[in-house]
Design a protein around this ligand. Sequence first.
Ligand SMILES: NC(=O)C1=CN([C@@H]2O[C@H](COP(=O)(O)OP(=O)(O)OC[C@H]3O[C@@H](n4cnc5c(N)ncnc54)[C@H](OP(=O)(O)O)[C@@H]3O)[C@@H](O)[C@H]2O)C=CC1
Ligand SMILES: O=C1CO[C@H](CO)[C@@H](O)[C@@H]1O
Length: 391
Amino acid sequence: MSQRPLNVGLIGGGGGAFIVQPHQRAIHFDGTRRVVAAALHPDPKVALEEAANWDYPITGYTNYDEMIDVESKKPVGERVDYVVVVTPNHVHFDPSIKCVRAGIPVFCEKPLTLNLDEAKQLVEAVEEAKIPFGVAHTYLGHWTSRFARFIVTSGLLGDVRWADSRYLQGWLAGRTEDAGVAQAEWRVDPKKSGISCCGGDIGTHALMQLRYITGLDVTKVQANLVTFVEGRLLDDHFTTYCELSNGGKALVRASQIAIGHKNDLGIEINGTKGTLIWDQEFPEQVKILLPNQPDRTYFRGAIAANDGFLGDLPEELMAEPNIPAGHPEAFHDAYARLHRCFEQDVRAYNDGKPFSCDGSKYANVQDGLNGMQFIQAAVDSSANGSTWVEL
Ligand SMILES: NC(=O)C1=CN([C@@H]2O[C@H](COP(=O)(O)OP(=O)(O)OC[C@H]3O[C@@H](n4cnc5c(N)ncnc54)[C@H](OP(=O)(O)O)[C@@H]3O)[C@@H](O)[C@H]2O)C=CC1
Ligand SMILES: O=C1CO[C@H](CO)[C@@H](O)[C@@H]1O
């Protein structure tokens, strides 16, 4: 028998906001989730107006406190089953911890919080409430990220010696923040963005991609953060040299002044037996380079087990792609996969059953904390002449 669709609430997203749109499309992707309520804007009047003019009917709230208060008093089935936090970084912690304490699961944008202290408090609250909490590291949702993780963590490349994980953009190469671009204005403001602009905004994705695909942690960093554009208070170029938990080494780097680069998130991993290459802008492919063999390019949907490199493939992984190879999956599919997996945990939570929320399908609150520890360590290292700093 089909189940009722889950009810989702939005926090943030009015007035031409960016990432709310991919989220709300991904929420509706499978028909098993729908947006029903929202606190869309810091101005209560605008919040209600925006909700009234939303593309489909939703209940508007003047602010997220009201939404959490009213929704948490409703019975399961009528209340929001989870909320998505799509506000700037300084408005992640407060609504998230209030939802968690009110028993409402949260899917929060990255970086987890404005600072490390908030992140620690949030982890404690989530552990105490025993509630699903996801962090929107979008790119883990690509099927090819899962496939790459299987390849590396099952040892097909041998031991990881070196990884180069990058996220390069060019959109902050000039003073975009003076051109009326709201998304740039808050990202360069330490009160709204945190202690790092480039590192927090996109370096955290490069870190998460590295940790997810290799299953390894960064244990210490030497960092060099640069502000190229005059007048900025935060970095727009972010480079870290890292030690990994298996003794391997890595570069985790990001730039927002790399003119011409759009969303150039990618990773190369060199193991003792071979190399893996994954690029977000070509998200249907994984390249494998082996010694004395032709280079292999694997395409999602056209992958066969036991081909001379791959052995048996996990059933769960192979069952996942649902459109044939060559009909490309991309950004929205990745977001939808994260929401689909989060939905399973929320349904289990609603039914009082165990849920995993273990970081294997989407980033969880501990991953969010790890991102904040990484940023803090990188900022400290850079401020101290690029000395080693442990996470
Ligand atoms: N995972 C990913 O791929 C991506 C993640 N992000 C993350 O998503 C978050 C949002 O980024 P983005 O969409 O670019 O930002 P935007 O500035 O486009 O949108 C943020 C929205 O939140 C609103 N807002 C601010 N404070 C409140 C409040 N108290 N209550 C309700 N709404 C509020 C803003 O209103 P106002 O403008 O009036 O302040 C704005 O409408 C960031 O944390 C960012 O890092 C962003 C892009 C991609
Ligand atoms: O993935 C992303 C794409 O770019 C945005 C703007 O820099 C980031 O905030 C976001 O996390």
